[in-house]
Design a binder for this molecule. Structure first.
Ligand code: NIG
Ligand code: FE
Length: 415
């Protein structure tokens, strides 16, 4: 008899397997467009999906070839692993004091102008050692993975000097090397003008000439982000900076239109992969992003943390945008970091279809990160998969994030 082939694994049966495949890249999605396979299985080879389909048919192939079998013995629904396309999960310290001031009436920008806010996290992150940062980030990754996130973007941006930004990116790289949660690092040295500099242009120039070359050399990140806002960077200096980073080969993403508009215009002009936040965006901003093919990444966690309105996700979809949904997990505006919960709340409030919300945290989030190998369950994609203990995929958003995955697979490996 043929020995068991452990490089091929047959997993199932699942009551439903939601592939998230063959959906429009942008614009509205009706639930009827979702491909939901009933009584389904998935055949995994190594790190990738070989086949999805009817369980009995796949079982036949598997037994003929003596593939290893992973039997699912209770009702479950299978989805692609979640993708969190925007986080600041690498940080030290807490901003509970800021939070208390905000709920007592001070605004996020007021706190920032008085030296608190992001700068407070910068001080605490600078004080932390590399080992401490690694340890803090690792614990947050453990939680994210258990909650179904299998790919997660993480930004630097609490260092704001060449050395301290490198420390943050190294911490992200170290965790990435040893954790099942796959991290996509982004250099956000342009989060704020650091207190040591009086001239933000001179600081950005230093980032371009001294930091970004080292980021590339040490393969620490291939994405660059900037925060465009009154309290951070202006539009024209941001444009110059992003064009220089793009010229070096970096993918671009922008913190845009959080409190005031302007950032989305710059994102469109440089051809950014995504423009993120967009709470203040109106029709003109949406049109610019749509024409330029920029993904609109909305961050309900920041709205919840700041007690402000959500980005107009419904209008964005109706104007033809590709909308991704991410947590923005950070110590200031978005400490919660629960992607499924936040997406469900956004969907309820903005009247997003189940398909639109699920796409926003899977296939469309992968698109925001320029990742073509994940976000759907189909042949050739990474076997990043999560199973929920239910018979009906509609239960997942209905429980508003309290129904958690019972099983997670990363690159074919059951965790
Ligand atoms: O995306 N808006 C700018 N940056 C982060 C917040 C960072 C912080 O407050 O520490 C955001 O909300
Ligand atoms: Fe952010």
């Amino acid at each position: 008899m043929k020995p068991i082939d452990n490089n091929h694994i047959m997993i199932g049966p699942f009551c439903q397997l939601v592939t998230m495949a063959d959906l429009p890249e942008a614009g509205p999605i009706a639930d009827e467009q979702l491909q939901v396979l009933e009584h389904a299985g998935v055949l995994v080879r190594g790190e990738h999906i070989l086949l999805v389909g009817n369980y009995e048919q796949l079982l036949k192939i598997a037994s003929e070839n003596n593939y290893a079998l992973e039997k699912i013995d209770r009702p479950m629904v299978l989805l692609p692993g979640l993708v969190d396309a925007h986080t600041h999960m690498c940080f030290a310290g807490s901003r509970a004091n800021d939070y208390a001031m905000r709920v007592a009436g001070k605004s996020y920008l007021e706190i920032a102008r008085s030296g608190g806010g992001i700068l407070d996290s910068v001080n605490k992150t600078r004080e932390a050692t590399l080992v401490e940062l690694v340890d803090l980030l690792k614990k947050r990754c453990d939680r994210h993975l258990a909650e179904g996130v299998t790919t997660c973007e993480v930004k630097s941006g609490y260092g704001l000097t060449v050395e301290e930004e490198l420390k943050m990116l190294e911490a992200i790289q170290l965790v990435n090397a040893h954790h099942h949660l796959e991290l996509i690092p982004t250099c956000l040295a342009a989060h704020m003008r650091p207190p040591e500099h009086t001239d933000s242009r001179a600081y950005l120039e230093e980032v371009v000439t001294r930091l970004l070359p080292q980021v590339q050399e040490q393969e620490l990140a291939n994405r660059v982000d900037i925060f465009i806002e009154d309290t951070a960077f202006g539009e024209e200096e941001a444009l110059e900076y992003l064009l220089a980073a793009k010229e070096m080969g970096f993918d671009i993403t922008v913190h845009a239109d959080q409190f005031s508009t302007g950032g989305s215009r710059i994102a469109a002009e440089v051809g950014a992969a995504s423009a993120d936040h967009l709470e203040a965006s109106g029709e003109a901003e949406m049109a610019l992003l749509q024409e330029a093919g920029v993904v609109a990444t909305v961050l309900p966690g920041a709205s919840l943390g700041l007690g402000m309105h959500y980005a107009p996700a419904r209008k964005m979809l109706d104007s033809g945008l590709c909308v991704a949904i991410a947590t923005d997990w950070n110590p200031g505006s978005a400490p919660m970091g629960d992607l499924l919960l936040q997406a469900a709340l956004l969907g309820a409030s903005q009247k997003l279809t189940t398909a639109e919300t699920l796409a926003g945290i899977t296939t469309r989030a992968a698109r925001a990160l320029n990742l073509k190998d994940r976000g759907t369950l189909q042949k050739g994609q990474l076997a990043d998969m999560i199973a929920f203990p239910t018979e009906n995929y509609k239960e997942i958003l209905y429980w508003q994030g309290k129904l958690k995955p019972a099983q997670v697979w990363k690159r074919g490996e059951k965790l």
